[in-house]
Design a protein around this ligand. Sequence first.
Ligand SMILES: NC(=O)C1=CN([C@@H]2O[C@H](COP(=O)(O)OP(=O)(O)OC[C@H]3O[C@@H](n4cnc5c(N)ncnc54)[C@H](OP(=O)(O)O)[C@@H]3O)[C@@H](O)[C@H]2O)C=CC1
Ligand SMILES: O=C1O[C@H](COP(=O)(O)O)[C@@H](O)[C@H](O)[C@H]1O
Length: 547
Amino acid sequence: MTDEQNTAGTAVADGGAPNVVGVPAETEPLGVAAAALALTPPEDNPLRDPQDRRLPRIAGPCGLVIFGVTGDLARKKLMPAVYDLANRGLLPPGFALVGFARRDWANEDFEQVVHDAVKEYARTPFREEVWKQLSEGFRFVPGELDDDASFVRLRETIDELDRERGTNGNHVFYLSVPPKLFPTTVRQLKKHGLADQSPENWRRVVVEKPFGHNLESAQELNAIVSEVFSPEQVFRIDHYLGKETVQNILALRFANQMFEPVWNANYVDHLQITMAEDVGIGGRAGYYDGIGAARDVIQNHLLQLMALTAMEEPVSFDAKSLRIEKQKVLAAVHLPDRLDLHTAHGHYSEGWAGGLKVRGYLQEEGIPADTRTETYAAIKLEIDTRRWAGVPIYLRTGKRLARRVTEVAVVFKKAPHLPFASTATEELGNNTLVMRIQPDEGITLRFGSKVPGSQMEIRDVTMDFAYGGAFTESSPEAYERLILDVLLGDSPLFPQHEEVELSWRILDPIVGYWAEHDKPEQYPAGTWGPASADEMLARDGRAWRRP
Ligand SMILES: NC(=O)C1=CN([C@@H]2O[C@H](COP(=O)(O)OP(=O)(O)OC[C@H]3O[C@@H](n4cnc5c(N)ncnc54)[C@H](OP(=O)(O)O)[C@@H]3O)[C@@H](O)[C@H]2O)C=CC1
Ligand SMILES: O=C1O[C@H](COP(=O)(O)O)[C@@H](O)[C@H](O)[C@H]1O
């Protein structure tokens, strides 16, 4: 429990009774509007709710090809998400999963690997009948991404699935490979005729993040992708947009009356967006070094969180309307003149995590001694619009910080006048609305309240909404939601190229400045980052939250 969760009140969803009868919470159908594919026909699926008023949209059979299926992401997120979708009855009959990587595996080896990944990481319980049905559609293609013979085998496998399982040419290609291999993979798909769709069938490509490592490389990658796929075939993943709590930013702002009137420079002092991780870089040195914290997550997750928090109300929630509003925010961002004073970066040194001594970034396997890569980044931005003029936006992220927490805090100005003795309000801080993205999903409102007693003394208290306490429905994992959206061809939760470009335009000058000037400052693992980050806010008369 955080210090903000000793609740003054707990929200409960209206009519908070379960809307799913006889279905365990962890296996309820996904809350995807009017969107469902079914592994078994809906009426036969024991996990579906017969009362569910959302009409299932049964799509035809289709296949998902995962390039890089032996990797970390595929094992921990993608394969478990596919199983969870199947378990919830959201995949079509005949669904096929094709794995591609360099191991010399047979289909049975692949099946065992998916099985282990599902057992370890899936959210829903293991059900033999679902597994049996799903695993019939598993195929493995061993191969190198730059090898034509491997793609010939892949094409043969897909043709075979079209014949045997009726996937009928409908396939998604998921690029879960190191980013430097995105261009090769896309070109191979074109060369081997795998990207072509017709009025009778579709082909889609999912590109993992990061999309480029700066503006120029993002533009180059986009040019390559656009040569092969038309815009509606391309799904750029930012898995934060698949999180329930991130989508809830829009619900909170635009489904309610009470927040929007104060959501502007008249009332808001500043925004603080934090994505803190307690883990280090794990085995990802090859990817992480040279990329660093800012490119890894600020360019995508944190700027997307900022855009959702700061944007105007869209005319609808379709992909185009959302994109327009997010783009306007990103295009209106301006950087401080003094990047030395208003940014901070560092990397972790030896310290403590979870009661254990952990090594520093420089001691991690595969990290060169002269690295200048940051594992912590903090930046200050402003948004030049009437709504946000003069309101600083602080973004920070880091690995090996004191705890894992992602949140968006809207910190309000102090009341212009306090009709109390100054001693009465000594412990009164700024009213704050915190959207807790993870891990304690919910929303906290912090405000002043009279301390019981004969004196007038005012102290901050918090009121808390927690997902677990308010809803019986469980949150699907982000990748589950996003994979389903790709299968359905729904793109609102996928950033478009313009947003990606605008985000690099914001970040490039900052990482460029760091590359030419100061080296990253060290911070002990298990703390809240380098001292320069605290100094950065102190200069503005503010302090980072300690969630
Ligand atoms: N891991 C994570 O938490 C996250 C990852 N991502 C993104 O997802 C993507 C994958 O990341 P991650 O899983 O961590 O990476 P890994 O390094 O763990 O896996 C890379 C995969 O690519 C395959 N691969 C590499 N080179 C080749 C090649 N020449 N030919 C065929 N296959 C190849 C590897 O297969 P093999 O070696 O068996 O041949 C392996 O399956 C990256 O773009 C990353 O940025 C995004 C968000 C989070
Ligand atoms: O995209 C990434 O996200 C993960 C953290 O994801 P989360 O959903 O657990 O918050 C991060 O560890 C990784 O470095 C980054 O590439």
